[in-house]
Design a protein around this ligand. Structure first.
Ligand SMILES: [Zn+2]
Length: 388
């Protein structure tokens, strides 16, 4: 930012201070019109370091200028300039003449800045301190604490705070989250082969959210890891009636459990067919097609996929169908099929396969917690031509 622009900013800031001192009757909204914010925004884009420093130096914090400072802090945060939002909010707090209620609210803002800036220790310290308050300050500080513990993967602490937040209209939301914290504990315990803890955590997960398909999935994986194949099958097949969209997540474990148990695959075929009656999922259809190939050969598989694609066209299904034909084709036809396959693959290569039902955020890989809105169990497969 050149000095001329910086000068404009400083003059603006000083003029506001002067106007506010000169005429207390004048409403702040009349002084700080949209042009002012545009100007500030522009200046901050040019050189936000100097602009912020000049701003907080020139416009002293007092009850009349507080909103302007808060607006600047909010602007910095929206622009992803979390460390500058910290500077603005810390500067407000350095002014001790503000009312206690105002100070508490600014401290909440600051705790959020710390969280977003990745200063988790400071965010935790401040939000724990604010959780000694009452009402909205208590509620908001707990939400910040919860996010800190989720980010740090401190699941035990997240469970404790989640339980404090699970009341009134929020009960279902936080009970669901707590169920996932127990799933996280179960997965971590499984990795170190501590199956007793994993099983205990899964029973807690089910207790907090009975229809958590992830808890069922992890339960099935524990059974599988402990060689209890029949149990794994009866557990994993519950997912169809809980949340059928998550059946594709269980296919690998389910197929392994069937083969380890030495059971005829007919049972698995029937189960997959019953799932397809509920949702048109190409992952399930392809798993079923593979089973048909093992029993009846390539031709039966190709016919099954072709019939399925007529009803539910997807590019993933098409590439699979091409693969089945490519080996039995020669010469120019084989070359053409290879080109067609690479086109089809390119069409879906960079496409997201999952989407959060709460905020619309799209992902390439499955996640139980949305990376954008941080909600649990909201990410589901995308259906249609380019997806499932
Ligand atoms: Zn989301």
């Amino acid at each position: 930012m050149d000095d001329r622009l910086l000068y404009i900013l400083v003059v603006f800031a000083m003029a506001i201070g002067w106007l506010l001192r000169g005429d207390q009757r004048l409403k702040r909204s009349e002084i700080l019109g949209p042009n002012y914010y545009d100007a500030v925004n522009h200046l901050l884009n040019e050189d936000s370091d100097r602009a912020v420093a000049a701003f907080i130096e020139e416009l002293k914090v007092n009850p009349d200028t507080l909103e302007t400072h808060l607006a600047l802090g909010g602007l910095m945060r929206r622009q992803g300039e979390f460390e500058k939002a910290v500077i603005v909010h810390e500067n407000i707090l350095a002014n001790s003449r503000l009312e206690r209620e105002v100070i508490l609210n600014v401290q909440l803002e600051l705790a959020r800045d710390y969280l977003l800036a990745g200063l988790l220790d400071r965010a935790e310290q401040l939000s724990v301190k604010l959780s000694g308050e009452k009402g909205q300050v208590l509620e908001q500080s707990r939400k910040i604490m919860l996010e800190v513990y989720e980010t740090e993967k401190e699941w035990e602490q997240a469970i404790a705070v989640g339980q404090q937040l699970a009341h009134g209209d929020n009960t279902e939301k936080y009970e669901k989250a707590i169920s996932h914290y127990y799933c996280e504990i179960a997965c971590a315990s499984m990795e170190i082969k501590n199956f007793d803890t994993a099983r205990y955590a899964i029973s807690e997960a089910v207790g907090h959210y009975a229809n958590n398909a992830r808890a069922t999935l992890v339960h099935g994986k524990i059974d599988l890891a402990e060689g209890k194949y029949q149990e794994a099958i009866s557990i994993l097949t519950r997912i169809r009636d809980q949340e059928t969209v998550y059946v594709p997540e269980s296919l690998k474990s389910l197929s392994l459990a069937y083969s380890k148990a030495g059971l005829p695959m007919d049972g698995l075929c029937q189960y997959l067919e019953s799932c397809l009656e509920i949702i048109p999922s190409i992952s399930i259809a392809l798993a079923l097609a593979t089973l048909k190939r093992d029993q009846m050969g390539d031709e039966a598989m190709a016919k099954y996929i072709a019939d399925y694609l007529k009803r539910n066209p997807t590019i993933r299904g098409l590439t699979q169908l091409i693969d089945l034909h490519i080996d039995n084709t020669r010469g120019i036809a084989k070359q053409n099929l290879t080109i067609l396959r690479s086109f089809a693959e390119a069409l879906v290569a960079d496409k997201p396969a999952y989407q959060c039902q709460a905020c619309g955020f799209q992902l390439k890989r499955m996640a139980w917690r949305c990376p954008s809105c941080k909600d649990w169990s909201t990410v589901k497969p995308i259906f249609g031509l380019e997806g499932e």
